[in-house]
Design a protein around this ligand. Sequence first.
Ligand SMILES: [Ca+2]
Ligand SMILES: [Ca+2]
Length: 375
Amino acid sequence: VVLAVLAGLAVAPALRADENPRPADTTARRIAIGDAGWLEFHLLLQGWFLGSLDDNEPYAHLGKTRSSFRLRRTEIKFSGQVIPEVSFALMLDPAKVLEFGSRDIEVANQDPAPTDASRPEKVSVLQPTSKVSALQDFVITFRAVPYASLSVGQAKTPISYEGFGSSAELLFVERSEVGRIFGDQRDLGVFVHYRFDRFAYHIGLYNGAGANNLDTDAKKDLAIRLEVLPVEGLLVALSAQQTLSASQAGMRTIAGGDIRFERGPFLSQAEFYWSRSVSRDAPAKQKRPMGGYIALAYTLGRLGGDWQVCGRFDWFDPDGKTARDDFWRATGGVNFLLQGHRAKVQVNYTRTQPTVSSGTAASNHLVLVNTQVSF
Ligand SMILES: [Ca+2]
Ligand SMILES: [Ca+2]
């Protein structure tokens, strides 16, 4: 190990000599396809380490195991253009699919009946421990109409800056609660979108049943995101999602906004989102989660790469109708960006606590490390 480290140090100056490689020629990065098209290949690899000081680790639900290495993302993306008016993107993430695990399932309709009715017989069966489809994005885009690109397929809904934004460019190892619970959700549908210099819009109609699912009802969800960039470095956005339905049953609403300001070494961003979902079977049963965060980051300088320090304060209430279940989460981090988000190491410490000392939320202390390559 020592020899390997020494060898690494010896090679490091040689690597640094190539700190600012000339930007690759776009055409060289593209492969010709079809008669007039091109294809690009992209990759995002994120290797994590989670180390919790208690049994309440919130992201991988490690419980008593407390620590684990984890392949968080292995996003393999093919994107390109078949003809100038029609482009496409396909993204797969095999790391989303984990091996099946053994689970004890209670036996129904046991014959003869169990001697103790409160303790039915159980069988051990293999069950999925994660999502079972690796398919993430499937997008076909038509650019026949100026300023209105039309896409169909499966992609992220346009909710939350962090959620809708690239997983490769996150300031912290994991997204905020609103960013990962309301945002970073994929769905199937059709959407019209365009990005001007100082304005962007995204209007979509989705199944509302999540990724890799057929719709479970005839109702569709309308989702909208509007972004304005009034001055250099400032982004202000509103996003919302609403099930189009005359009846309350199964209806979901998400609404909120986000703001981001970046100038020189300084970056700040904040979001607040609220949601309401009504049970399909019992319309009186509703859940009203909401939350927000504020995050600050400062790039200290360059030493082998950019060194950035960042902090975030999160607040999340899983249900507005349930008292004392809300919590806050403070995260402090250091990012070592060897070359922006292409090669970076992020180290975070997060502390989660119930907002009130008698609250029901689980408290947690966690160390998270992300090692990333993306292009
Ligand atoms: Ca639906
Ligand atoms: Ca609450």
